[in-house]
Design a protein around this ligand. Structure first.
Ligand code: SF4
Ligand code: SF4
Length: 153
């Protein structure tokens, strides 16, 4: 869905997770189904006329250079974004356990701790399953968010 530039070295590439994982009312699109305007390897077929919601959306990886390459949604098989106090993590159901593994599990717990410190929280959605991430205990070293890429699933 990306239009506005984020960190200089970032682009959506072949990722189309945000055209599949979220529910989008204005497009009458349920969660975890392809948008009818998205064509594999081509992307959005109504790019010039896509809804405002799509024009405005950038996932956190596209916006934050503090997130390392392992958080590229095309590699991580998950995407996340802020909704008020909630950080929403949408996981590709085809890779439903990826968020439970290193480096993601520890990093998500630390993100939850950071969110909690400012009154927020982290929720993971995997298909119909919903999980609240427990914040990492104080004193635990934060994992390197620029850790080497995990092996492809
Ligand atoms: S999830 Fe992020 S990287 Fe993937 S297409 Fe959407 S904005 Fe781009
Ligand atoms: S309209 Fe285009 S940008 Fe928006 S969800 Fe559908 S394919 Fe993606």
């Amino acid at each position: 869905m990306q239009t506005a530039p984020g960190p200089k070295d970032r682009n959506c590439g072949t990722c189309t997770l945000c055209c599949r994982l979220p529910d989008i009312d204005t497009l009458d699109k349920p969660a975890n189904t392809w948008c009818r305007h998205c064509v594999a390897s081509e992307g959005c077929t109504i790019y010039a006329d896509r809804p405002e919601l799509c024009r405005d959306f950038l996932c956190n990886w596209m916006k934050s250079s503090t997130l390392g390459p392992e958080w590229d949604p095309a590699l991580a098989h998950m995407m996340f974004y802020e909704q008020g106090p909630q950080t929403t993590v949408l996981v590709d159901p085809d890779f439903s356990d990826t968020w439970r593994r290193a480096p993601y599990a520890g990093a998500l717990a630390h993100m939850a701790a950071e969110a909690e410190a400012s009154g927020g929280y982290l929720i993971v959605f995997v298909g119909d399953d919903v999980f609240k991430i427990e914040p990492a205990a104080a004193g635990l070293a934060a994992p390197d968010r620029r850790a080497p890429k995990p092996a492809a699933a």
